[in-house]
Design a protein around this ligand. Structure first.
Ligand code: PHE
Length: 341
């Protein structure tokens, strides 16, 4: 019996060591330690017939064998568990030292950026920043700006007409009129905003774009004042001294009216494709406020005069960043917009 016991212990321990899965271990446990029909149980059954002193000695040996087998099972089980854990950690490996994937904060549209820069500059020179409606009436968009109904200048700007005499403003100039209606003189104001023209869209034309209107009314305003403010504006926008020149231009609400050119920033004036080899780039229309416009807003042109300009904000952004297709600006395409964040 003692030999049987020793053999059982030896065999069991080596089977446990050789087991390749937890299932196999469980089968060994049942076969050896199982209460009913287990090999140890069978041996202890036979103990009843032994003499008391033999029974006591054998009982001790039996308990030792059981403990040895149990501990072998336990440590082999622990080995399987730790192997399973290692395998799982390998499979689900996570590098906690990596930086997070990153949440991109929003950024201002390039048009908004340039608009805010110009607003800051003009505010610092005593100008108010005004807003006006995008749906306008004929009076503010045309008549009060010295463009009566049959005036050919109405055709210069293809208008989106709404019903009831309303229209989408074709320029920011109606805000000049609203400024004069509302505020006392002297008046210094700018008015950035969206304007609309009924045009077919291509790389350089959009039905919707941005302008920034400016107006100053005071005593003895001269073309020299106009040039000073325009030079200051463009130096700020392009971060380099700007050289400008005036050519005659026609707009019913200014007299004299001008087209203001800037010396080409690409070639410095020697001539290139951007300035069509003239050394100058046409940038913004401007002029001294037509006395008729002042009169229509109940301002006495013998006491007051002023200048006005209409900056194409969209055009300016395109020049500053060398953007060759106007449609990109309102495309909402993040590949384009992310370049300005
Ligand atoms: N409102 C004119 C336009 O959009 C531009 C302009 C503004 C011209 C102010 C002169 C003075 O065409």
């Amino acid at each position: 019996m003692e030999e049987n016991l020793a053999e059982l212990e030896r065999d069991s321990v080596s089977a446990i060591a050789a087991a390749t899965s937890p299932d196999e271990l469980e089968a060994i446990r049942v076969r050896v330690l199982g209460r009913k029909g287990g090999a140890l149980a069978e041996i202890s059954k036979g103990m009843g017939k032994l003499a008391p002193e033999d029974r006591a000695r054998l009982g001790k040996l039996l308990n030792q064998a059981k403990a040895a087998i149990e501990s072998a099972l336990e440590s082999r089980t622990a080995e399987f568990e730790s192997a399973a854990l290692t395998a799982r950690l390998d499979a689900e490996w996570l590098d906690l030292t990596l930086p997070p994937a990153g949440v991109k904060p929003g950024a201002l549209h390039p048009l908004t950026q340039i608009q805010q820069e110009i607003e800051d500059l003009f505010r610092s020179m005593g100008f108010a920043v005004l807003d006006g409606p995008e749906v306008e009436d004929e009076f503010h968009n045309f008549d009060a700006l010295n463009i009566p109904p049959d005036h050919p200048a109405r055709d210069m700007q293809d208008t989106f007409w709404l019903t009831g005499g309303w229209l989408l403003r074709t320029h920011t100039s109606p805000v000049q009129v609203r400024g004069m209606e509302r505020y006392p003189l002297p008046l210094r104001m700018i008015a950035p905003g969206r304007v609309f023209r009924n045009e077919s869209v291509d790389a350089s034309h959009e039905h919707t774009f941005y302008q920034l209107e400016g107006m100053m009314i005071d005593r003895d305003v001269s073309v020299g004042n106009l040039i000073y403010f325009m030079q200051t504006l463009l130096t700020e926008v392009f971060h380099q001294p700007a050289t400008v020149r005036l050519r005659p231009g026609f707009f019913p609400f200014v007299e004299p009216g001008f087209e203001l050119d800037i010396r080409c920033l690409i070639c410095g004036g020697s001539g290139c494709a951007v300035c069509k080899h003239s050394g100058w780039v046409e940038l913004l229309p401007c002029g001294l406020v037509n006395p008729n416009v002042l009169r229509m807003s109940n301002i006495d042109p013998d006491k007051w005069n002023g200048f006005a300009f209409g900056l194409g904000l969209t055009r300016l952004v395109m020049m500053r960043y060398a953007i060759n297709d106007i449609r990109l600006l309102q495309s909402g395409d993040l590949r384009f917009l992310n370049q300005f964040s």
